[in-house]
Write a protein that binds this ligand. Structure first.
Ligand code: ARG
Length: 574
């Protein structure tokens, strides 16, 4: 349990023992640092409740405090300001050097499914896919770090127009294949297709179908057959998805996005029937389609009915999301399902959630939530595009960043070491830049800024980590002992570390990683200040040196855990 929380429990106990009832007193970083490091603001509220003078009440409370606080004073109408006694601080941090859990507060365990990534099979990942993958991965890790049971699912977009596109392209290029022979009587073999072929098939077919209505009609027909599960197309499509999934996984792996489940629209088909069974009493016909009303009396905008079955009898994106919910509830009994998906699907998820609650597909106490993200824009403020106006593939963006960083690494390492470092650094650069803005804020992709070794960037954070690590290696001190704080900067570092639990709680409550990014920057800046002021390795006082080194270990270990939540690795060298 965090130091702040322990202290809050202590203060609550003291106040209760003074005869005032209060559930939970909050300790806030002081707004008047000259008066103390932390403050308690509860006295005003309590005084009102008990009809007493707030300053007198505060006096009474502080007279019962033990020696854990220093310089306790009362300001204004009854703010209690104080600092912590060093003895207790060092003891706590000494216990925390290799114990991140001692710095944070765990939550009551919940089961959470995080639906993120959402790549579409047979299509390349483009830049728009990156942020939901990064945010989803990190929210998953954050929820896990705070003690929840979390399951990440990519929810692959593996049904839809792209099946018809790719198969029509195969038909065009290889009409001799048995799948296209109406007289073929044997068993259909596994479709042979390479990732390279797949990469060109979809864009080629898509461009051709746009120009040619006949081709589009063929695509539509094949898509419908796949959706209905008709062979040989359904089997071909499954083989295509398998190849595509491997390619998609490579990019996600590169970004340290690891999904527990690779379910998707295709795998949800098996649950359509029981799902419709549950939805049936709430569905009615409208223009030939089967829909569910989801509007509520107090809606400020018009929420149209959710289409569950199209007028041609086929299922759609929504049907598969509902079937997926059915399976998730049945298999995992989750307390929450988070959808980290583009803002443009906001209305859609509202409809799906309402239909799910209304029909009893999920219990009302299960939290279905859409945590959408802002977009990454180009310098013109519009969604990032290639020079000719097309959508930029995610791999090209990653390569651009890699090339920029390559130039900077030239002076640091030799060619062999460079490759590994470069990959770690590339991922850190894009992830930090992607997670630093508040989740719902758009941001501008500025490659020079993001790759800089100065400022709020991935490279700056990693550079600091590598610096700490190199000092630790040179020092060769195994003994850990924090028993004294020597300078104001050191004290600022420790006080900053006290804020970690509150910071993580805020990140979790608002589902944004921005606070963690900011926090890492603050800790690194404080460390670099300390580094500039202190000759750590040449310190002749052995016990002082052990204190320094132990603090460095504490900082390194703590930041490593936070970087792990951001899914950023630390290189050994840089
Ligand atoms: N594949 C979808 C898309 O590209 C995103 C999937 C989001 N998740 C979901 N359960 N619908 O728009």
């Amino acid at each position: 349990m965090s130091f702040i929380k322990r202290t809050e429990e202590y203060v609550t106990k003291v106040i209760n023992e003074c005869g005032y009832e209060i559930d939970n007193v909050a300790l806030e970083p002081s707004s008047r640092r000259d008066l103390g490091e932390f403050q308690i603001n509860a006295c005003m509220m309590l005084a009102k409740k008990y009809g007493v003078n707030p300053r007198e009440l505060a006096e009474k409370i502080i007279s019962h405090f033990d020696d854990r606080f220093l310089n306790v004073n009362i300001a204004g109408p009854g703010f209690i300001n104080m600092s912590f006694n060093e003895k207790y601080l060092v003891e706590y941090f000494n216990e925390s050097i290799n114990n991140f859990d001692n710095l944070i507060d765990k939550q009551e365990e919940k089961t959470i499914i995080v639906d993120y990534g959402g790549a579409n099979a047979a299509k390349a990942l483009h830049v728009g896919h990156m942020r939901t993958a990064n945010i989803g991965e990190s929210l998953k890790r954050l929820a896990k770090a705070l003690g929840n049971k979390v399951i990440g699912d990519v929810h692959l977009g593996d049904l839809g127009r792209q099946s018809g596109m790719v198969i029509s392209e195969i038909k065009k290029r290889k009409p001799e294949l048995c799948y296209f022979d109406p007289n073929y009587k044997g068993e259909y073999p596994k479709l042979e297709i390479t990732p390279e072929e797949l990469a060109v098939y979809y864009p080629t077919a898509s461009a051709a179908a746009k120009e040619d209505p006949e081709r589009m009609e063929e695509v539509r027909k094949i898509t419908a057959l796949v959706d209905e599960g008709k062979e040989p197309y359904f089997g071909m499509w499954k083989d295509i998805v398998e190849v595509s999934r491997k390619t998609i996984k490579e990019t996600y792996d590169y970004l340290n996005c690891n999904f527990d489940l690779w379910e998707g629209e295709l795998s949800s088909l098996k649950y359509i029937e029981p799902t419709l069974e549950i939805l049936k009493p709430y569905m009615y016909e409208s223009d030939g389609a089967q829909v569910i009303d989801v509007k509520k009396d107090d809606d400020k905008v018009d929420i149209p009915p959710l289409i569950v079955i199209k007028n041609d009898g086929s299922t759609i994106y929504a049907t598969r999301d509902l079937a997926t919910i059915y399976n998730r509830v049945k298999t995992y009994d989750p307390d929450e399902i988070w959808y980290v998906v583009d803002v443009r699907q906001g209305m859609y998820f509202e409809q799906v959630f309402r239909a799910s609650y209304k029909s009893g597909l999920v219990r009302s106490d299960v939290n279905l939530a859409h945590y959408w993200n802002g977009t990454m824009n180009g310098k013109d403020g519009k969604p990032f595009k290639t020079r000719d106006g097309g959508v930029l593939e995610l791999n090209s963006l990653l390569n651009q960043v890699k090339n920029e960083l390559y130039k900077k690494l030239e002076k640091y390492t030799d060619e062999n070491e460079k490759k590994d470092i470069l990959d770690i650094l590339t991922v850190a650069t894009v992830k930090y830049a992607d997670l630093l803005p508040y989740r719902t804020t758009d941001y501008i992709f500025d490659i020079e800024k993001f790759c800089s070794f100065d400022g709020k960037t991935g490279p700056y954070i990693l550079y600091t980590m590598v610096r700490i690590n190199s000092i630790l290696e040179k020092a060769k001190i195994n003994e850990c002992n924090i028993n004294k704080i020597y300078s104001g900067t050191e004290r600022s570092i420790y006080i900053k570390l006290l804020e970690i639990s509150r910071m993580l709680e805020k990140s979790y409550n608002e589902k944004t990683l921005s606070y963690i990014c900011e926090y890492l920057f603050e800790v690194c800046s404080l460390f670099n200040k300390f580094y500039g002021e202190t000759n750590i390795l040449n310190e002749s006082d052995e016990s002082k040196k052990i204190n320094y080194i132990s603090m460095l270990k504490l900082i390194y270990n703590t930041c490593k855990e936070l970087l792990d939540i951001l899914a950023i690795k630390i290189p050994n060298k840089m």
